[in-house]
Design a binder for this molecule. Structure first.
Ligand code: C2E
Ligand code: CA
Ligand code: CA
Length: 852
């Protein structure tokens, strides 16, 4: 658009608004400018630019005689600033562009062809402007070359292009541009790389080269410049393919239509999607197979509660279809009791308020009538809309619950009779005592036991024994009145608390009534058992609360026990009320235990030895070790006094150890000194037999330690202890025998042995109790019993020892009955080791008169 004359700067204001602009068409065109010559440099009005004149002297000096005013707008310098500056280039030119630009000017001057003006200028304010334009040279008559030219500030465009370029190069999406005949004009490096192509390979090709499924119809669909998104696949050069998503948009640029294709590789996305699907399925599988219910519960800001998700387990574990629960969350609430529901809502509220994990536990009756327990744990998450969501799981904990309940039952109950146990009784009694002090009511605490229960166990077996206990418990339980309770004590013992009576007389009567009922016997398994029971009772208030150290409940039980022991001592079927004298005895007993403990520490215990002589040879064939307590300042305390006190707190083990060690050491010593020894029998208590492992290992150790023979030691076990738990006793005796240690049954005749049980004992000796021997010459009954025992022992091939032989008459009588061995004062009292040693050395035996 050539324009005539005038100030190019002024004219520059009028121009097109497109990027296209032209400079005067002929070399001569601007020759007269700026003095009014023709030139055309329409600097468009919308964007900024300026025109200029440059002159080059033959010596190469460059100068700029003219700049249009608009230069100020572009560069901040006024035209005069510019024209007066000696080296405009130094002022303006970006150093990086300097050489290139000056070369271009030289070239243009030499060839008189248009100079491409393309450089970055530095403005007055220090900013960089990208200028582009053209200038046309002509030579003056003086030999100068003069250019008239114009540049425009292309900075914005350049920047846009730059950004676009960066975007095209760096985007993770691919971009292709098609022209209106659908052939590829360009594509970004990402897209090319993804499809394994170079730009050259795709330029001018149809898009179907890259995306075979794309047809014209799809491309034209975007003609209205809305974007259409399609999923398809891309064909790589190597023949492989990839899933892609394409956005197709038609764009109009300068009245020409282009199609922009942007897209992304869906391979990873697809992979993720597939993985997600797999993990979703897995999750589903897990939730469906959890032994419980997986759920998502939501609390809305309006306070409503709903299930968002419920796994299939709801059907099995709650008896509700998941869909029903989603529809009506109250189905869940209705499983709870009203108290459970209240607690549930309160706890849920707390969880929502503090955003703390929520635990719930519900029990409900399944259709079959079985109670199920579910324990739930869930974690709250606050949503943006104010909803609180709990993700969680309800697990079936029925098994655990049942076990827990059983355990807690067992903690307080006796598993055989289902009665409260000793611990529970103690607790209830303490409560009752505390209550009684206020109410002034009268109570009795009774310890009651079945007489000779061990005989039932021994003769009929433990199973029958258990049945008798259960039946007895039932009989007593149904006859209790008012606020009374009953518990199982040790073995055949029961503890009763009769409570709620107004006067001592009333409670005494109630006690006597129960005791009478207890004597009636019981039936079990079609059999009647004519049992009797002994009772010890203590009244409250009264004798129980004076003891200083123990709490009343413990004291009361102790007193009832003391009364019970006294009742037992008096015979069978006796009811004994506690009295003060018993308390004193109990106290003495305790005192004795304390002293005994000290005595053991101070080594005040030692064995004495009592010889046993054979009636045929008259020789000492054995001896019994008997414990002696040499108490300083008191003298000897007899074992009958301290052994019962030792039975209780396990002191008996220590005593046994002292006596056994004393015997073993003695045998070793005698053997070392060449003194002829005989086996020594050591007494054990029933309690030790019950914890036989300790007994057996102690015997083994001692025999080994003193290097003696197992045959050097014998064991005496009383008949009553052996019959208390015959099964165990038999097994221990067997083990002792295997070790080479022989056993005798002590105090035989007092313990109700049955022949059938006795037969099972691998026993070598029976010791006939002193009480029979004592009166053997005067009492026909006793003589008959001894005779019978002797016959039985012979049948079972056991040796018989008679204890307590004090007189020559006893000896003669026993010899006539065929007794093997005697032990008693007649031959010798129990004596200290030195005296025993003398007897052994002298080879002392029965006198000649006793041998006839
Ligand atoms: P036991 O085992 O029946 O011991 C026999 C008791 O009768 C001994 O009394 C003995 O001194 C006494 N005795 C012996 N011959 C005669 C006699 O001719 N006439 C009379 N009247 N008595 C005679 P001791 O030594 O007082 O022992 C009493 C009980 O103490 C023993 O009875 C035994 O049951 C227990 N005992 C003694 N030492 C121990 C021991 O080390 N361990 C255990 N567990 N108990 C022991
Ligand atoms: Ca004995
Ligand atoms: Ca005895």
């Amino acid at each position: 658009m050539p324009v005539d004359g005038g100030d190019p700067a002024q004219r520059g204001a009028a121009g097109g608004d497109t990027l296209a602009w032209v400079v005067g068409s002929s070399d001569e065109a601007g020759a007269q400018a700026p003095g009014g010559g023709t030139w055309a440099a329409p600097v468009d009005g919308g964007s900024s630019g300026f025109s200029f004149r440059r002159s080059r002297a033959p010596d190469g000096t460059l100068s700029y005689p003219f700049f249009s005013d608009s230069v100020t707008r572009v560069l901040g310098f006024s035209p005069s600033d510019m024209t007066e500056t000696e080296d405009v280039h130094a002022l303006l030119l970006h150093p990086a562009d300097r050489d290139r630009y000056l070369t271009e000017i030289d070239r243009s001057a030499a060839t008189l062809t248009p100079c491409i003006e393309d450089y970055r200028a530095i403005t007055r304010g220090g900013a960089v402007r990208w200028l582009k334009g053209i200038s046309l040279p002509h030579r003056t008559l003086g030999g100068d070359v003069v250019w008239d030219g114009a540049v425009r500030d292309m900075s914005e465009l350049h920047r846009t292009k730059l950004f676009l370029d960066v975007l095209m190069r760096t985007t993770g999406d691919f971009i292709f541009i098609l022209n209106d005949s659908d052939s590829i004009l360009t594509g970004n490096s990402f897209g090319l790389k993804m499809l394994g192509r170079t730009l050259d390979e795709v330029l001018g090709e149809p898009l179907s080269l890259l995306f075979p499924e794309i047809d014209d119809e799809m491309l034209s669909a975007g003609a209205d410049s809305t974007t259409r998104v399609i999923e398809t696949w891309g064909q790589r050069k190597d023949g492989t393919s990839c899933a892609v998503e394409l956005s197709i948009t038609a764009v109009q640029v300068e009245k020409r239509q282009y199609i922009a294709i942007a897209g992304r590789d869906l391979t990873i996305h697809k992979k993720n999607e597939a993985a997600l699907l797999v993990s979703e399925r897995r999750l589903q599988l897990v939730t469906d197979n959890v032994p419980g219910v997986v759920f998502q519960r939501v609390l809305r800001p309006d306070g409503s509660l709903a299930f968002v998700y419920v796994s299939r387990g709801a059907r099995e574990f709650l008896g509700i279809e998941p869909a029903e629960l989603l529809e009506d969350p109250n189905r869940y609430m209705r499983l709870m009791t009203s108290r459970e529901r209240r607690e549930f809502l309160e706890a849920l509220g707390r969880s929502a308020q503090n955003m703390t994990p929520f635990e719930e536990e519900i029990s409900f009756r399944a259709p079959g009538g079985v109670t199920h327990w579910l324990h739930g744990q869930s974690v709250p998450i606050l949503q943006e809309n104010g909803d609180i969501i709990w993700d969680g799981v309800l697990m079936d904990v029925t098994d655990r619950k049942v076990a827990e309940q059983r355990l807690s039952f067992l903690a307080f109950h006796d598993p055989l009779t289902h009665l409260p146990n000793y611990g529970a009784f103690q607790e209830r009694l303490a409560e009752a005592c505390a209550r009684g002090l206020h109410t002034g009511e009268h109570m009795a605490i009774i310890s009651i036991g079945i007489d000779r229960f061990s005989v039932i166990n021994a003769t009929l077996g433990l199973r029958v024994g258990d049945q008798v206990l259960i039946a007895t418990a039932q009989t007593l339980l149904v006859s209790l009145e008012r606020r009374s309770i009953m518990a199982r004590g040790q073995g055949d013992r029961f503890l009763l608390l009769l409570a709620g009576y107004k006067t001592p007389q009333e409670v005494i009567q109630a006690t006597e009534r129960i005791h009478t009922i207890a004597q009636k016997g019981v039936s079990s398994g079609g059999m009647d058992f004519q049992i009797s029971m002994s009772s010890g009772a203590v009244l409250f208030p009264g004798d129980g609360i004076d003891s200083s150290s123990a709490t009343p409940a413990e004291t009361l039980i102790l007193h009832a026990e003391a009364a019970f022991q006294r009742a037992k001592g008096r015979g069978s079927g006796i009811l004994q009320f506690y009295n003060k004298e018993m308390g004193e005895r109990a106290l003495k007993f305790l005192n004795l235990q304390t002293r005994l403990r000290k005595a053991i520490k101070n080594q005040e215990l030692l064995p004495y030895f009592q010889p046993q002589v054979h009636l045929k040879t008259g020789k000492i064939i054995g001896m019994e070790a008997l414990a002696r307590w040499k108490c300083p300042g008191v003298g000897f305390i007899p074992p009958n006094e301290f052994i019962p006190a030792a039975e209780e707190p396990g002191l008996i083990d220590s005593i046994f150890e002292i006596i056994l060690t004393g015997c073993a050491r003695q045998i070793r010593d005698w053997k070392d000194r060449g003194i002829p020894t005989v086996p020594i029998a050591v007494n054990v208590s029933g309690r030790q037999f019950r914890y036989a492992l300790h007994l057996l290992s102690l015997l083994k150790e001692t025999v080994a330690k003193f290097n003696i023979e197992p045959q050097d030691i014998q064991i005496e076990l009383t008949e009553s202890s052996a019959m208390q738990d015959p099964e165990t006793a038999i097994s221990v005796v067997k083990q002792l025998r295997e070790m080479g240690i022989r056993c005798a049954i002590d105090d035989f005749g007092t313990g109700y042995s049955s022949l059938s049980v006795l037969k099972k004992f691998p026993i070598d000796k029976l010791k006939i109790d002193r009480s029979f021997v004592m009166d053997i010459t005067t009492d026909h009954n006793d003589a008959a019993i001894v005779q019978a025992i002797m016959a039985m022992a012979r049948a079972l091939e056991m040796e018989v020892i008679a204890e307590g032989v004090e007189q020559a008459e006893h000896l003669a009588f026993l010899r006539n009955l065929g007794c093997d061995v005697i032990q008693g004062y007649y031959f010798s009292r129990p004596v200290p080791a030195e005296e025993m040693e003398r007897m052994l050395l002298e080879g002392r035996g029965l006198a000649a008169v006793d041998m006839v």
